[in-house]
Design a protein around this ligand. Structure first.
Ligand code: AMP
Ligand code: MG
Length: 419
């Protein structure tokens, strides 16, 4: 993400960190959460912390793949020339051990999925037989093992079923269930407490008085956290009051694995987040050479990662994509932390501030020869509509002031192209 050849140069002198440096600073201080044993349904989507080894063969017994008769292949070898008659000695049923065995000259009725009785080594499909009273006439020979699903055909005892580090999807859950691994050790989903700071904020259900603003960041973050696989905990709106802010944060410590707050980190006169935690040395604030989303706060409060984002909704979204999402994925034991990227051809000029990486909201779509990307609106970091219309963030490097129409840019995709 946002690896730019010259990004490093811009970190010096003006006190700005490059996007890469800021991200490295954050990620180097993030550790995966302690693994937890959970039932399979809860493990879905999580990364396996400890490999699971098959304790037994899967399947654990040889079974029939057809409805028919379990026989000895050697007995029916002569059926090529003339039919062979065998004595019916019973019935092998699904879900129970067969009663009796199959001896020379004998056959046992068998259903698909039923265990193969001792003595038998092949199954004749019902279509290739004629039943005459107590006897069955076999019209064609079968080789040994025919229509038999052997034990251990899928996996052998001692084999690794799912390696550590694998994210558990539907196939893994099925396999683990088949192997009897009803509980597995995974990296849990972080519970992330979301706070919105600002005297001007009101709940979205309320009609704002003149000058008031609806709290959109909490809901944007709720969705972003869910999409990242984390568990959001909405702590609501906190006024610009340092003590109340600090108390609110501390009151959520017990149920938090991490915190995200928006607002109150700029150089304004009432920067509650700074005032509450900066002086205690718990959260540091740095300026990043990016647009939008420049001031960022990061640190740990009682060991829990704390992300202090700027207030503007687009800054919140971009900061989440560039810094917080990778950090949360790392907490969840994931190894691939970056969004998928495509190279797309710009359909319009995109200009950005010189010396900063610009993350331009674009709509990516397939063109006649490769991907096309069109900006979804203005650069203003208050324009949340530009995010809602987009599916990607085009990364315009610091040394580029205007990326002209027709030029190629890297685009981080934040939703599937068909959505
Ligand atoms: P701040 O970083 O607190 O100075 O806020 C910057 C801008 O973002 C201001 O215009 C705020 O009104 C706006 N803002 C802050 N928090 C939110 C929020 N939770 N939802 C929507 N806008 C916000
Ligand atoms: Mg504010």
């Amino acid at each position: 993400m946002a690896v730019t050849p010259h990004a490093h140069d811009h970190a010096s002198g003006d006190g700005l960190l490059s996007v890469e440096e800021a991200r490295e600073r954050i990620l180097s201080r993030i550790e995966p959460l302690a693994p937890l044993d959970v039932p399979l349904t809860e493990a879905h989507g999580c990364v396996l912390a400890r490999e699971v080894v098959a304790e037994e063969d899967i399947p654990s017994f040889a079974s029939s793949a057809m409805d028919g008769f379990a026989v000895r292949a050697a007995d029916v070898a002569a059926a090529r020339a003339t039919p062979v008659e065998l004595r019916i000695v019973g019935r092998a049923l699904i879900g129970r051990a067969p009663e009796g065995t199959v001896g020379h000259g004998e056959a046992m009725r068998i259903a698909t999925g039923a265990p193969i009785p001792a003595g038998a080594d092949a199954v004749i499909p019902i279509e290739d037989c004629e039943v005459v009273g107590e006897r069955v006439r076999v019209l064609a020979p079968v080789p040994e093992g025919k229509h038999v699903r052997p034990a251990g055909e899928d996996l052998r005892a001692g084999e690794v079923l799912v390696p550590a580090g694998r994210r558990l999807g539907a196939p893994e859950l099925g396999l683990l269930a088949a192997a009897g691994a009803a509980q597995v050790s995974i990296f849990p989903r972080p519970r992330v407490v979301v706070l919105s700071t600002g005297d001007e904020l009101v709940e979205p259900s309320r009609r704002p008085a003149f000058g008031q603003v609806r709290d959109s960041n909490a809901y944007l973050l709720y969705g972003a956290l869910r999409e990242a696989g984390a568990i959001p905990v909405l702590a609501g709106i906190v006024p610009d009051d340092v003590d109340r802010f600090r108390e609110t944060v501390l009151s959520y410590l017990i149920q938090a694995d991490a915190f995200v707050s928006s607002g109150g980190v700029s150089v304004g006169e009432r920067d509650v987040v700074k005032a509450a935690f900066f002086r205690r040395g718990e959260v540091e604030f740095f300026r990043v050479a990016m647009q939008p989303g420049m001031p960022q706060g990061f640190g740990h409060i009682e060991g829990k990662p704390y992300f202090g984002l700027p207030g503007n909704p687009v800054s919140v979204f971009v900061s989440f994509e560039v810094f917080i999402r990778p950090a949360l994925l790392k907490m969840m034991g994931r190894r691939q932390l970056a969004r998928p990227e495509v190279v797309a051809r710009l359909e319009e000029d995109v200009s950005g501030p010189r010396g900063k990486t610009q993350f331009a909201r674009v709509l990516v779509r397939p063109g006649p020869d490769g991907w096309l990307a069109r900006p979804t609106g203005g650069r203003g970091s208050n324009l949340i509509g530009t995010v809602a219309r987009a599916n990607g963030l085009a990364v315009i490097p610091p040394e580029v002031e205007t990326a002209p129409a027709g030029s190629e840019v890297r685009v981080m995709l934040f939703r599937a192209l068909e959505e």
